[in-house]
Structures are given as C-alpha cells and as structure tokens.
Design a binder for this molecule. Structure first.
Ligand code: ADP
Length: 471
C-alpha cells in the first residue's frame, strides 16, 4: 500500500519531541513490511537540508484566502532515511530556523496543508492512505472531504495520530477564508468551542484516529484540554497503538553519538565510562547514583516540581545522589532549575537548551531517568533509557503506565509512583537510591531492561491492519 505521512516534525530533519522520532521511524518499518510509506513535511532551514541532495518534483501555486503563494516540493535523492522524504517549500513562510513558535504559525501550517492537498491532487494515482500527525496537519482530512477544490481526494482514507492532545492549534473564524471554499453548513466539521480547531476537526473528519498508547486514549476521555466529550462521541473509530523505538538509532552498541559502546554483557564497564564522561563534564561525583531528566521543561512533564523535589531529596535523603537536567521550556522552570545550582554545585547541574548528542550520553551514563509527568501520551524517553540500561523512575500515567512495571511487582523492573507531587517524587528517588545499593538486584534489573523489546515490529503491523481495514 502507498501511505503518505504528513507531519510538522521528522527526525533527523526537524525534531522538537517524540512526534519527530515517531514520524522519522514508523515509515521505515512500514517499508520493511513491504509497503511504500513516505513523509511530507515543511521545508525549514535545518542542517539536514544543506547536508543532503534534493531534486525538485513539483512546482505550482495555490492560495491562502486572497494571498497567492508559490510552492515547491523537493525530494531527498537517496532515500537516506529508508523512506521517501518530501519537503514543501513556501518562500517566506516555512523556510525558518525553528519549527514552531512564530506569530504566523496559523498561516504557515494552513498554507503547508493547502499546498500538500494541491500537490497530491495532481498525482496520476492517489495514495491508499493519507496519515496525518497532530494538529499541524489536522485540517487535511477536512480539506480532503469537504472542500470543492480538492474533491478528488474525498475517497482517500485518512488516519489521524494524536501524539499530544494538549495542543490543538485553534484559531478564530476571522481566518476562515484561509480554507479553500466549502459549504457553510459544514461549519460543525471545523468547529470546537467557538473556534476553528484543527485537532478536533481531524478527530471528526479522519476515517480512523489513533493515540500513541492505549492508556492515553482512556485518559483523553477525562482530560484532553476541552475535547473530552468529542473523544466520547468518536470512540468507535479511535484506538491506541503504542509507539515503538528505532534500534538503528537508539542502541548503546552502535549509537553514533557515543564514544563508549556497550551491550548487556559489558553494561557495567560501558555505563561507568559514559557516566565518568558525563560527571566530568558537569562537575558531578561518579560514585553516587546519577538521576537525569531529559525533556520539555513544562507542567505537562512535571518539570515545575523538579527544583523542590531535588532540594527535598538532599534535605531528607541526604547528599547521596547526583542530578542532571537537560531541557528547555517555561521561563520560570528554567530559572528555578538554574538558581538551584547556587545551592547544589557538586551534586546537581542543568543544561538549558536542546542537545541531541548530550541526551544520548545521558541515557547511556545515567543510573536512573526521572519522568514525573502529569500527562504522557506514550513517552519515548523511558523506552530509550531502558535500552541503555537506565532504570526509569516514572509516574504511572499514559504510556508510562503501559511500559514500566514497578520493582515491587513480580517481574517488575522500574520505579513507579502515583501522583505528580514533590512527596511522591522524593519518595521514588529514595526508593531508587536504596535499589542502587542492592548491587546484585540492580545489576539484574539493568540487564533485564536492556533486553526488553519495544521495537516497531508489532506496532507497525497494527498500523498496517488499520490501513487494510479501509479496503
Ligand atoms: P514529548 O512530549 O516532548 O514529545 P516524548 O517522550 O514523546 O516527549 O519524546 C521526547 C523526545 O525528545 C526524546 O527523544 C527526548 O530524548 C527528546 N528531547 C526532549 N528534550 C530534549 C532536549 N532538551 N535535548 C535533546 N533531546 C530532547
């Protein structure tokens, strides 16, 4: 089958979080199963763009309301990622350094989606499935089904995957003219709570909707930033498919970002070397257990509670452990974490920013990965951590609940806690520190988590079954 993925992110071209990882790997595994999957995304000014060769496959123009724009579709010549990678260039709109965060994001992503529909409409043979990801591509199912200009796409099945329902891309009805003409009585297919809501529209218009874990789908019916009733109404077409991880990229035996590689057999030596490197770089003590946090510094991830939890751990457990935080996000959280350095210099450090290489070294060098998330659709960090023998310390929610079992359970291999609260986090850190000192048990757990299989094989098959259900 020919499947076209449409997304704002795709690793290694442009990644802000898990969406990029998933879109950068799922198509490769679909292709390994004998399908023809490709990715279409905006052409940002990314390093990847300049380091690879491209060919122009289509040039045309379209319009965003009264504004006509030219667009160009380019394809990476060598299919280096294991799938066809297409970038849409709209001069002045998409060719920026960052993926998101501009005042005209609504215009940028609307124009991208219109250009995409315009291009696909010109194909001789239409794809079997158009698979859109999150709200940046969320207007596409509506455009395909309800606009006059793109009527040709009406019969192409569409799938929406929700990686994060907190962000919905809502904008006012004053911008309705951006969309190609449609019958005004279909307003309800775009609207949610008085605005045009691309995520809600995709939930209504896509033929099938998936979320990145089963547990998250259940959560969305109670907590989805205003969309709760919609998930209840549309539950018949929704299902959860857990993300896999790409062991070509995430494997301590061949990770290109690491100087010291290791396997289950050489884990002890391998992790020690990476830990020493990390501790040296950040002025930490390699003899103490090392807890790391990697991610967006936002309330969703429980990052606002990190400074107090780290402080309380030192107060109540003692200065028996190190912490290292990597991330960027809300200003108050960033400054709280930076200020904490004045209190704890030898056993705490923080790197504010995005750093792919450092994240790999942290997964490899840490003893524990902290994830006190309030919301976690799937969570990839805990899966990467386990592959690197780093024990996850997580709040049992969403995908974290689906993938991490507490050591207290028979056969468990991680540390879980119930609430995103300072008390719960500190207690989990206490339990982890105790576990670290039970050398034999700790070593068995590390080897066990490295051997767990979170590959794409099963999940890619689940997507194929979903696509095949249309035919
Ligand atoms: P999100 O909700 O942010 O998408 P996920 O757990 O699904 O969370 O995915 C997060 C991905 O982003 C992981 O690959 C993680 O290593 C990466 N990541 C997050 N923040 C940073 C950062 N500051 N530097 C490097 N990688 C990061």
């Amino acid at each position: 089958m020919q499947i076209v993925h449409v997304s704002a992110e795709c690793y290694p071209v442009a990644k802000v979080g898990g969406l990029g990882d998933v879109v950068g790997s799922l198509p490769k595994f679909l292709n390994e199963l004998g399908h023809d999957a490709s990715v279409v995304m905006p052409m940002y000014r990314s390093k990847y763009l300049y380091n690879h060769d491209w060919e122009v496959v289509h040039k045309a123009s379209s319009n965003l309301g009264h504004w006509w724009f030219d667009y160009t579709v380019i394809k990476e010549k060598s299919d280096a990622q294991g799938f066809g990678l297409y970038l849409i260039d709209i001069n002045g709109l998409l060719d920026r350094e960052k993926v998101y965060g501009y005042e005209d994001d609504v215009e940028r992503f609307c124009a991208f989606q219109i250009a995409f529909a315009n291009w696909v409409c010109s194909w001789d043979t239409l794809p079997h499935v158009i698979h859109v990801h999150d709200h940046h591509a969320g207007l596409i199912p509506f455009i395909m089904q309800h606009t006059y200009a793109f009527k040709r796409l009406e019969s192409v099945p569409s799938v929406l995957t929700i990686h994060n329902a907190q962000y919905q891309g809502s904008f006012g009805w004053d911008k309705t003219t951006y969309l190609p003409q449609w019958d005004s009585w279909k307003r309800g297919m775009l609207e949610w709570q008085g605005a045009i809501n691309p995520l809600a529209s995709a939930i209504k218009c896509a033929w099938k909707v998936t979320t990145v874990s089963n547990n998250y789908l259940g959560k969305l019916k109670h907590m989805s930033n205003g969309l709760e009733p919609l998930f209840e109404y549309e539950k018949g077409k929704c299902s959860g498919i857990i993300n896999g991880i790409d062991y070509e990229v995430w494997d301590p035996q061949k990770d290109t970002y690491l100087d010291h590689h290791y396997s289950e057999k050489t884990i002890s030596e391998g992790k020690s070397k990476n830990k020493e490197l990390l501790c040296k770089e950040f002025g930490l003590d390699p003899n103490k257990p090392l807890f790391v946090f990697i991610g967006r510094l936002v309330g969703e991830k429980g990052a606002d509670l990190l400074p107090q939890s780290i402080y309380d751990s030192f107060q109540f457990i003692g200065r028996k452990m190190n912490f290292l935080v990597l991330g960027s996000g809300e200003t108050e959280v960033e400054s709280g974490l930076s200020l904490l350095k004045n209190y704890a210099k030898q056993d705490y450090n923080v790197y504010i920013g995005y750093n792919e290489k450092l994240s790999h070294l942290m997964y490899a060098g840490a003893d524990f990965l902290l994830m006190p998330s309030r919301v976690e659709p799937c969570g990839l960090n805990q899966l990467y951590a386990m592959k690197y023998g780093t024990v996850p310390v997580v709040r049992a929610t969403g995908g974290l609940k689906d993938t991490v079992r507490d050591v207290g359970e028979n056969g468990g291999y991680g540390i879980t806690f119930l609430n995103t609260s300072v008390g719960n986090i500190t207690h989990a850190i206490f339990r982890a520190t105790e576990l670290y000192h039970q050398k034999e048990t700790f070593s068995t757990i590390r080897k066990k988590i490295m051997a767990l299989d979170f590959s794409w094989t099963r999940s890619a098959n689940d997507y194929v079954n979903l696509y095949q259900s249309f035919y």
